[in-house]
Design a protein around this ligand. Structure first.
Ligand code: MCN
Length: 791
């Protein structure tokens, strides 16, 4: 079935209420910490209080003797059992041809700690209180070393790892430097910008939690874990770290209260609990408290960049040159190396026809928590840099922000960018036009005058983003360094009475798949949405899966389900043909009924399902009983959601307080399955993006390496009253290469919004002489910028 037929099916494009919400809103959700197993004990981690230190000795005697303690484990125990360190799932090759530096990432420290929160020991006790008390008794003799937290200081700092003496992980580049330099040498105008992309702490509502469980009877493990991709977790855990046969480990990621990327990875705690559950023959639970989450979850962003755009006299882009220093933190997290390279540099063409682009990335180790993908992963960094640069160029050339964009938009599709990606479809002019209408840009000057009358500065900011979702064609990902395939799997099981269970490798942790996937299946089979249940998050029930990240679930996971439905339809037609004594080539299927062309013969989907399982009068030589099909789908390209975001702010020059007065987002997500869910996704993304632009900032002390923003007292999360009511609209150019015509929507808001906000703040401050600014635009920073511009 093609996308144009699919989109006209009942239930598609309909705001079906979220099926999962009854469970969540009535307290019926089951998160990892809600699960209590028989004979359960509790783990507490002793974490490094220092950013960088040698461990001279660890004395665990007092802790081991404390009441209720079952055991205390340290790095030597791990090494003795030959448990490997955490693997990295993406290999980046340096411009020199050498592989990136990949130092060991032990699950419990081996002789050295490298960031505040690094794992030193694990205490397991009968109760959580006993484990916490005993953890206080673990006596570690540290020899403190000097620490580094900023990428720009990394090269000259004390080395974290023997394998990387200058703290350099890799140098990677894309594009032809010689050609780009030549264009710059003769360009009519060059715009330059240095900027940082602030470090963020993910803060999902549910902190990470793990239960390790082992059965001596079967020699099998069950790992309950708050995770976004249980099959990948199992593969990494068994094949790379513990050397276990995969079929002996079942990973269950039950209800998960948000992840935003931070729960993609295999963490040390997951391995420690699995390993210790066998050693102690006990079920063991660990749930991070919020302070622990702050120091030990993988963080996001943290780039320092310099960008230049070469243009002709009319503002037509000729070439772009970018250098970025990316902070990897103390160790390489599972997909970290891909974020500032493959997911970043390839998006730097944006919506524009810039013929030549050269990007160079240096990645560094520092004494900070590992940095990895966080909602958007690389694409927010690219969009922030490009959209800030484009607006700066407009101002330098005396052009309006929308005009410079219009002059450079890609118009013809498919469009091959100079940075590897090929956009299949899009209509950037239409998005900008609709954005200008919805934001009432025509009325801006009047509103600005009204603000001025109140002593406030009003600014408007644009951001025209494009992102690559639906990660990713496996052959391309493999060529770019991925150490895994990036397909998805779906199994459709039709039951004898015609209801359906779908087993998907995608994982829902807030995105509403239990509703949207059910809509897809119900639409195809002509049955009710309530007759379809979605099972996910369990390696024991789902055949295989690569999980949820990169806004891939509908376009890749949904397509795998569509492929399984194709097989269901093919077989069901054969059964229907048998029931109607016709050839299956003559059978048509629509609205839940099988008919024969040119006759009034018909059978229902329910009759076919029953016949499949009650095959009394069945051509068994030609047909198998049952109606259960599985498909794996490997995408042929990324999907390319795009949008125009327009932000209007009011700044109080006396206090530096920024208020977002209006925010307009016009997105193209291709065909939309559930508009309400998509709107919710955009809202969430916008709040995260505006949060990054105005409030959120992870700060480490540059001297001691202590995390200064280690709680909600210091790390400002956005709240409802920081946000205006969003003005949203969608336009549609259907994705050309999946049968749903759908693109991803889960990250767009977080990708497109930060530059729109900062461009608006700068537009407001320009009359005062403030031309540059780093996120977040907190009142103190804005106020300081105003003061220094006055000086
Ligand atoms: N959808 C749709 N029509 C489309 C595209 C999507 O109806 N054209 C629906 C989908 O069926 C799904 C939802 O919108 O119900 C999001 O779909 P998609 O864009 O495919 O993204 P994923 O489901 O793969 O979710 C991943 C994405 C990412 S990468 C992050 S990070 C993120 C996000 O989703 N983390 C989230 N949204 C989140 N929302 C919540 N509540 N919690 C998180 O951790």
């Amino acid at each position: 079935m093609g996308a144009s037929d699919f989109v006209n099916l009942p239930n598609i494009g309909t705001s079906v209420r979220r099926k999962e919400d009854y469970r969540f809103l009535t307290g019926g959700g089951q998160y990892t910490d809600d699960i209590t197993l028989a004979n359960q004990s509790y783990a507490v981690f002793v974490r490094s209080p220092h950013a960088h230190a040698k461990i001279n000795s660890i004395n665990t005697a007092a802790a081991k003797a404390a009441p209720g303690v079952l055991d205390v484990f340290v790095g030597e125990d791990v090494a003795a059992d030959k448990i490997n360190g955490l693997p990295c799932g993406w290999l980046i090759t340096s411009t020199s041809g050498n592989p990136m530096k990949e130092p060991p990432h032990p699950i419990l420290a081996q002789g050295k700690v490298r960031y505040v929160g690094d794992h030193v020991a694990m205490v397991v006790a009968e109760t959580l209180e006993q484990a916490k008390n005993a953890a206080e008794l673990v006596d570690v003799d540290y020899e403190v070393l000097s620490a580094v937290v900023r990428v720009t200081d990394a090269a000259k700092a004390t080395a974290l790892h023997e394998a990387a003496p200058d703290n350099h992980c890799y140098k990677w580049a894309i594009g032809d430097k010689g050609q780009v330099d030549a264009v710059f040498a003769t360009a009519a105008h060059v715009t330059k910008l240095a900027l940082t992309n602030n470090r963020l702490i993910p803060n999902a509502m549910e902190p990470r939690a793990v239960i390790g469980s082992y059965s001596r009877a079967t020699d099998e493990y069950v790992l309950y874990v708050s995770n976004q991709n249980p099959h990948v977790e199992r593969l990494l855990l068994t094949a790379f770290v513990m050397g276990l046969p995969e079929h002996k480990v079942r990973v269950i990621a039950p209800d998960v209260g948000g992840g935003f990327g931070s729960k993609i990875y295999l963490y040390a705690e997951d391995v420690c609990l699995t390993w210790a559950s066998k050693k102690l023959n006990r079920n063991i639970k660990w749930t991070a408290d919020r302070s622990e989450a702050f120091v030990s979850d993988a963080h996001g962003r943290d780039h320092s960049s310099h960008a230049e755009m070469a243009m002709d006299k009319d503002g037509k882009f000729l070439a772009m040159r970018v250098h970025t220093d990316a902070n990897m933190g103390a160790y390489l997290s599972t997909f970290a190396p891909a974020v500032p390279t493959i997911l970043y540099a390839t998006l730097l063409a944006g919506q524009y026809t810039c013929p030549q682009i050269y990007v160079e990335v240096d990645a560094w180790f520092t004494n900070t928590a590992p940095v990895d993908a966080y909602r958007g992963a690389g694409r927010p960094e690219a969009t922030y840099l490009l959209e800030r640069l484009v607006t700066r160029a407009a101002w330098e050339l005396g052009l309006a922000q929308d005009e410079i964009r219009r002059r450079n938009f890609v118009k013809d599709f498919p469009y091959q960018t100079p940075v590897a990606l090929q956009y299949d479809v899009g209509d950037f002019h239409a998005l900008l036009k609709r954005g200008n209408e919805l934001a009432d840009v025509a009325g801006f000057e009047q509103r600005k005058t009204a603000s001025a009358a109140k002593g406030l500065l009003r600014g408007i900011g644009y951001s025209c983003y494009i992102e690559a979702c639906g990660l990713a064609p496996s052959n391309i990902a493999g060529a770019l360094g991925a150490r895994a395939g990036l397909f998805e799997c779906g199994e459709v099981r039709v039951h004898p009475t015609g209801s359906v269970t779908v087993f998907t490798g995608s994982h829902s942790h807030g995105q509403g798949h239990e509703t949207t996937f059910a809509q897809v299946v119900a639409a195809r089979l002509g049955i009710s949405v309530d007759a379809v249940d979605i099972v996910h998050g369990d390696t024991g029930r789902v055949p295989f899966g690569m999980g949820t990240y990169g806004s891939r679930s509908m376009s890749v996971g949904g397509t795998a389900i569509m492929k399984a439905l194709d097989k269901i339809e093919t077989k069901a037609k054969k059964i229907a043909a048998h029931l109607m004594e016709a050839s299956d080539a003559d059978v048509e299927f629509a609205n839940g009924e099988f008919t024969i062309k040119g006759t009034d013969k018909k059978v229902t989907f329910g009759q076919v399902a029953l016949t499949a399982y009650v095959p009394h009068n069945y051509p068994l030589d030609k047909l198998e009983p049952g109606l259960n099909e599985t498909a794996f789908y490997d995408p042929t390209n990324f999907t390319f959601p795009a949008g125009t975001y327009i932000c209007e702010v009011e700044v109080d020059p006396a206090t530096g307080v920024v208020r977002v007065d209006s925010f307009t987002a016009v997105d193209d997500f291709g065909n939309i399955i559930n508009p309400m869910i998509v709107e919710g996704q955009v809202h969430g993304g916008l709040v995260q993006g505006i949060g990054q632009a105005l409030l959120e900032n992870c700060v480490y002390d540059p001297e001691s390496g202590q995390l200064l923003t280690g709680s909600f007292m210091d790390y400002a999360m956005p709240r409802a009253d920081d946000m205006p009511n969003f003005k949203l609209a969608t336009l549609c150019t259907p994705c050309s290469h999946n049968p749903l015509g759908a693109k991803g929507c889960g990250e767009a808001g977080a990708i497109g919004s930060p530059p729109a906000v900062i461009n608006a703040v700068l537009d407001a401050l320009r009359p005062l002489g403030v031309i540059d600014f780093d996120m977040p635009a907190s009142s103190s920073r804005v106020w300081e910028a105003i003061l220094s511009a006055k000086k």
